[in-house]
Write a protein that binds this ligand. Structure first.
Ligand code: ZN
Length: 54
């Protein structure tokens, strides 16, 4: 499965919101390790959750 397909699935599943905090901005696909890059192994999260401040 292509990354783009996974992103579309995740966007649909999350309704265009971060799956952790609900943010609607700066969303990106984050693969949960170990990952096969499928939608079941990935989450859609925002840049804040992807790069949490210390
Ligand atoms: Zn977030």
């Amino acid at each position: 499965m292509a990354i783009l397909d996974t992103e579309q699935i995740l966007l649909s599943r999350s309704q265009f919101k971060c799956e952790l905090c609900g943010n609607e901005y700066d969303l990106s696909v984050f693969a949960v390790m170990p990952s096969d890059n499928s939608d079941n192994q990935s989450i859609l999260i925002c840049n804040i959750c992807h790069n949490p401040k210390q």
